[in-house]
Design a protein around this ligand. Structure first.
Ligand code: NAI
Length: 338
């Protein structure tokens, strides 16, 4: 039966006298939804990451092919594949970091909230598994709508008595990556030199780039500010429309997910001063969750930074963002408490 299939490094394809290689030093990372549009390039990039010693690929379809393919890459991480709910326990046991890109993506005309009905249930099931089998793992949640799935995950963990707000992070890195790219275009500089804090959440007007806090310090005309803010907020829709029914951002998302996961792993390994934006349990506003810059360390989120000084345009944007965010958070919480 296919769901009883557990795969490890294409073992049946290796000669019987093949010397088994143990995992080297590094972190154990699971990707849930590993066979998807994001999952596949994300799995490939994580297999290339020297901080990763063991990589568990889990999905409800096609994990065998992705695992066999990726396991041939001559990098250090040991890859194992897991297919279907019965193997979730083995996929999760012992993991330091769990990355979740499982769930359906948008099609043209859809908002991220339109994904709620399907993805809420998927995230709930996967987080119940995490609570049971690796309650100490750091969780990077990618599945949309992030503004609701993070509260769902928090409620699941709270219910099971395992909730540690420092270990649950909604991934908003793609908004930062897009902001850096678009701002660099306007400033005509290398995007690697640019850092744009993006706060709030991960959908439409809840995505709030703080152009007044861009590094290197820069000023923008009102027109540039409006163009950049709108483009950053609609970056996802730009890709959804260009793909015309074939899904949403996958390649740039995999890149952003790896950038974020690597920051989490560097924090876990004790690197000082690892700071990124993420959607987390937070008290910087009156809302229970909010994306801001956070410092990552051995326990996940070690410090949450305040919003910093906002200009008038940003203050107006913040009010709009909070209104929509409050409803999305409430929707997630209600899904579990109902
Ligand atoms: P996809 O449909 O290509 O892949 C999703 C994968 O999840 C599939 O392989 C599917 O089999 C798997 N899956 C479904 N139910 C599952 C379950 N119960 N357990 C494990 N795996 C399961 O979708 P894509 O493009 O990879 O997007 C995934 C999610 O990421 C979507 O919800 C999308 O909206 C979201 N996303 C989030 C972004 C962010 O910035 N946070 C950016 C882009 C997408």
């Amino acid at each position: 039966h296919p769901t009883n299939f557990q795969m490890e490094e294409s073992s049946s394809l290796r000669p019987a006298n093949c010397r088994s290689k143990g995992a080297g030093p590094g972190f154990k990372v699971a990707i849930l939804g590993a066979a998807g549009g994001i999952g596949q390039p994300l799995s490939m990039l994580m297999k290339m990451n020297p901080l990763v010693s063991v990589l568990h690929l889990y999905d409800v379809v096609n994990t065998l092919g992705v695992m066999a393919d990726i396991s041939h890459m001559d990098t250090g991480a040991v890859v194992r594949g897991f297919l279907g709910q019965q193997q979730l326990e083995n996929a999760l046991t012992g993991m330091d970091l769990v990355i979740i890109p499982a769930g359906v993506p948008r099609k043209p005309g859809m908002t991220r909230d339109d994904l709620f009905n399907i993805n809420a249930g998927i995230v709930k099931t996967l987080c119940e598994g995490i609570a049971k089998y690796c309650p100490k793992a750091i969780v990077n949640l990618i599945s949309n709508p992030v503004n609701s799935t993070v509260p769902i995950a928090a409620e699941v963990f709270r219910k099971s008595g395992t909730y540690d707000p420092r270990r649950l992070l909604g991934v908003t890195m793609l908004d930062v990556v897009r902001a850096n790219t678009f701002v660099a275009e306007v400033l005509n500089i290398d995007p690697r030199e640019v850092n744009v804090p993006v706060i709030g959440g991960h959908a439409g007007v809840t995505i709030l780039p703080l152009l007044s806090q861009v590094k290197p310090p820069s000023t923008f005309t009102r027109e540039e500010t409006e163009y950049l803010t709108t483009r950053i907020q609609n970056g996802g829709t730009e890709v959804v429309e260009a793909k015309a029914g074939a899904g949403s951002a996958t390649l740039s998302m995999a890149y952003a997910a790896v950038k974020f996961a690597e920051a989490c792993l560097r924090g876990l390994s004790g690197d000082a001063g690892v700071i990124e934006c993420a959607f987390v349990d937070s008290q910087v506003t009156e809302l229970p969750f909010f994306a801001t810059k956070v410092r990552l360390g051995r326990n996940g989120v070690e410090e949450i930074f305040p919003l910093g000084p906002l200009n008038e345009y940003e203050r107006a944007g913040l009010e709009k963002a909070k209104e929509e965010l409050a409803a999305s958070i409430q929707k997630g919480v209600a899904f579990i408490r109902k």
